[in-house]
Structures are given as C-alpha cells and as structure tokens.
Design a protein around this ligand. Structure first.
Ligand SMILES: NC(=O)c1ccc[n+]([C@@H]2O[C@H](COP(=O)([O-])OP(=O)(O)OC[C@H]3O[C@@H](n4cnc5c(N)ncnc54)[C@H](OP(=O)(O)O)[C@@H]3O)[C@@H](O)[C@H]2O)c1
Length: 254
C-alpha cells in the first residue's frame, strides 16, 4: 500500500487530507506538535497507521521529527501542510533566533525535505497571500512588524522552495496548492469555503493520473494551475533562499 506523510494533521486542512488519503487506501503517517496532538491526529484519520511528533518552531524538535518520520517511511506522497497564520501582533523569536512564522512555514518544511528522501509526489500548501509577499530570502521579518505581511512573505518563500524542489526533481512532481479561504481555526468561521473544498485539490494532486498532477512546479487552485508569483520563477532568488536555508538549518537540499 502506498504511504503518505501529512504534517499538521491534528485539525483543519491537514486532518481532512489525512482522512481522505486513508479512505483512498494510503497508509497515512500523521504529524502533531506534541504527543497529545499526535493522538488527536491519529483518532481523526481512520486510515492512519502511525503518528510522528515534533514542534516545527524548533530545529532540534524538527530534526527529531524527521528521524521518527524517516523510520516510518519511505513515503510515496508528502504534504507539507502545517503552518502558522498571520495573527501575531509582534515578531516572536524562536530558540533558533528566527522569527517564528518563517521558521514554521519555511525553515521546517525545508529541513524535513533535506532530511527525508524525496517522495513520488509532494504538495506544499501555499496561500494566495503569497501574491502580496516580499521575497525576503534572508528570512528577516517585516520591519515594521506586520503579521499579515510576515505570513504572506512566508508563503511566498514556501512557494519558491517548492518550485526549486520541482526543478531539481523533474520526475517527482512537487507542487504548491493554495486552498482558498477555509473555515478552519486559521481561516475563522466567516471564511468562504468548507474544509472539504480545500482538501480536494491537494489529494487530487497527490493521487490522480490526470495531466496536471503529473507535472511539477505549479501553483494550483481548484484543480487548475494558475500563474505563480514571479519570484517563484526567479532562479537567483531561489538560489539565495536555499543558500540561506542551508545556512540556518545546517542541511543541504537534495
Ligand atoms: N484556512 C485558510 O483560510 C487558509 C488559506 C490559505 C492557506 N491556508 C494554509 O492551509 C494550511 C492548513 O491551515 P489550516 O487552515 O488547517 O490551519 P489550522 O487549523 O490552524 O492548522 C494548522 C496546523 O499546523 C500545525 N502547527 C502550527 N504551528 C506548529 C508548530 N510550531 N509545530 C507543529 N505544528 C504546528 C497546527 O498544530 P496544532 O493543531 O497543534 O496547533 C495545525 O495542525 C496552512 O499551510 C495554511 O497556511 C489556510
């Protein structure tokens, strides 16, 4: 049976993606930030075969998570879903000296990508806010602080990372799916779309034999590739980002 890894699977979009992959016959490994959240993720996804635990706002904890996840792999598909939203009224530095939003949303998926073998397909969950992002490839926070801008920047950088991975692994499609405004904890109760809407495209991208999911390096919404933010195609900016990520994490990308 094919095997899947889904980060941030204790609630929201990640939980729904894990549940759907399980229903499609995948052996799903779900991730939670701590043991209690991993238990919640396991209980929410009937197809889950194992849980892995780790905080994404700590390089040490993310490394332990990667070790654990490697032991339960290899994976046919990986979904980098976990993220922090924009509701943060000031910059928060992690134990690694990075701003927390960029560490969780960009550095942690980079480190997991560097430490795990490449799956057959990968989806990084993006956001249409990336269009307003500034490509701060040095990972510095907006100055003056603005949580929405920090989130938009992080989603732009995550998109650039996905496009870089896609260019390096043309036989293993890596794509960004931006799900739209979803009724989750992050999206809030007023959001336009139910979680089921958001889960449809990532699962399709990971499992379908149709043309779009078999390609990499796309910015996908509702099963259609849309124009990506220009920085995603900027090779020099991507190289600078990957160099900085290698510097802060101590690991190089495959
Ligand atoms: N909701 C929207 O409108 C919307 C729009 C565009 C894009 N997105 C993207 O969709 C994805 C899923 O978001 P969502 O709406 O489902 O949000 P959510 O309900 O807040 O879920 C976020 C997930 O990330 C996990 N997470 C956050 N910080 C973490 C950390 N430091 N260590 C480990 N795990 C951490 C959370 O764990 P806990 O449950 O333990 O907190 C949770 O499982 C994200 O990438 C988000 O940026 C969402």
């Amino acid at each position: 049976m094919p095997r899947a890894l889904v980060t941030g699977a204790a609630q929201g979009l990640g939980s729904e993606i894990a549940r759907r992959l399980g229903a499609l016959g995948y052996e799903v490994v779900v991730h939670g930030r701590d043991a209690a959240r991993t238990e919640v993720a396991l209980a929410a996804a009937p197809g889950a075969v194992a849980g892995v635990t780790g905080r994404l706002d700590s390089l040490a904890s993310t490394r332990l998570l990667a070790d654990d996840a490697r032991g339960r792999g290899p994976y046919d598909v990986i979904v980098h879903n976990a993220a922090l939203g924009p509701d943060q009224d000031r910059p928060i530095l992690t134990e690694d000296g990075l701003e927390r939003i960029v560490q969780v949303n960009v550095v942690a998926p980079y480190l997991l990508c560097a430490l795990l073998s490449m799956p057959r397909r990968m989806v990084i969950i993006g956001s249409d806010s990336a269009a307003q992002g500034e490509p701060r490839v040095d990972l510095s926070p907006p100055d003056p602080w603005n949580g929405r801008q920090a989130y938009a920047n992080s989603k732009l950088l995550a998109t650039m990372l996905a496009f870089e991975l896609a260019a390096r692994h043309t036989d293993r499609p890596v794509n960004v799916v931006h799900p739209g405004w979803l009724r989750t904890r992050m999206g809030g109760p007023q959001a336009a779309l139910p979680i089921s809407d958001g889960a449809d495209t990532p699962v399709w991208m990971l499992t379908s034999d149709e043309a779009v999911p078999r390609r990499g390096g796309q910015y996908v919404h509702k099963r259609h590739a849309e124009p990506a933010p220009p920085a995603a195609h900027d090779l020099a900016l991507r190289a600078a980002l990957v160099e900085r990520l290698a510097q802060v994490s101590g690991e190089h990308l495959h």
